[in-house]
Design a protein around this ligand. Structure first.
Ligand SMILES: NC(=O)c1ccc[n+]([C@@H]2O[C@H](COP(=O)([O-])OP(=O)(O)OC[C@H]3O[C@@H](n4cnc5c(N)ncnc54)[C@H](OP(=O)(O)O)[C@@H]3O)[C@@H](O)[C@H]2O)c1
Length: 252
């Protein structure tokens, strides 16, 4: 896929899936603005990506409207417009319902759902002008219920259906799609869902067994689908939720 000259903003591009997306767009010729929570996390990512004129730092807290608007404005100002927005900034921790407090609810909904909405809102004028598109990163947990991560499911289910509504509202100018990954080998999974467990090896095995294809995905496997949905080849796709989950949402 060729994205030469395309102007891309990736929220949560400093690590994990977003980093792989930024790396893939860069390799395909795009100019990429990378967002993360702090200037430090973004600069570390830009160094890892090799630096250069096609990279722009766009830090900002996506859990706040001001942070979303600042990240988008930085990208639009640097590039003179925007063609593609990828919303990958997100958090995900699991807790039983009885242990889930207001702070946890607010943190998940603010970054995963509210942040995705307000980044889209901030980017729309530029995307309407370029006839661009948006790819949101939801989750297989936005398509089906998963016990133990109810708050995360609520935030990601919101992203899936928000994507549909938004796709209808901004068509035919702008396409909006979402990808729904299963378990992907990133800090989120290693740090929060494997290493913290009493038996990390058993926790990892449960994740491997969760997908009928019996493994955890790599970030690069998700990024390729993001690039496809953002590409000219996907020009008749909008409002879609593409599961990249090794079959975990196909049924039982
Ligand atoms: N990994 C999985 O198994 C999996 C499965 C399905 C869906 N997802 C979704 O995929 C997306 C990326 O997850 P990941 O696994 O790549 O996570 P990760 O490795 O933990 O990386 C999270 C990224 O989001 C950024 N971020 C978090 N909170 C932010 C905030 N308030 N403002 C700006 N940036 C923020 C982080 O920035 P810093 O570097 O500054 O912290 C980092 O770049 C998330 O939406 C997640 O829910 C992940």
């Amino acid at each position: 896929m060729d994205f030469t000259g395309k102007r891309v903003l990736v929220t949560g591009g400093s690590r994990g899936i977003g980093y792989a997306v930024a790396e893939a767009f860069l390799a395909a010729g795009a100019r990429v603005a990378v967002n993360g929570t702090t200037g430090q996390s973004v600069n570390t990512a830009l160094e890892r990506l090799g630096g250069g004129p096609n990279l722009v730092a766009a830090p900002g807290d996506i859990g706040t409207v001001a942070g979303c608007e600042s990240a988008v404005q930085t990208a639009v100002d640097a590039f003179g417009g925007l063609d593609i927005l990828v919303n990958s900034a997100g958090i995900g921790s699991g807790r039983p319902i009885e242990d889930s407090d207001e702070a946890m609810w607010d943190a998940h909904v603010d970054v995963n759902l509210k942040g995705t909405f307000f980044c889209c809102r901030a980017a729309l004028p530029a995307l309407r002008e370029s006839k661009g598109n948006i790819v949101n990163i939801a989750s297989d947990a936005g398509l089906i219920g998963v016990p133990g991560i109810t708050v995360y499911c609520a935030s990601k289910g919101g992203v899936v259906n928000m994507t549909r509504a938004m796709a209808l509202e901004v068509a035919p100018d702008v396409r909006v799609n979402t990808v729904c990954p299963g378990y992907v080998d990133t800090d989120m999974i290693r740090r929060d869902h494997i290493d913290k467990k009493d038996d990390p090896e058993a926790a990892e095995q449960r994740m491997i067994d969760y997908a009928p294809l019996k493994r955890i995905a790599t970030p690069a496997e998700i990024s390729q689908s993001v690039l496809y949905l953002a590409s000219f080849d996907a020009r008749f796709i909008t409002g879609a939720a593409l599961a990249i989950d090794g079959g975990s949402t196909a049924g039982h």
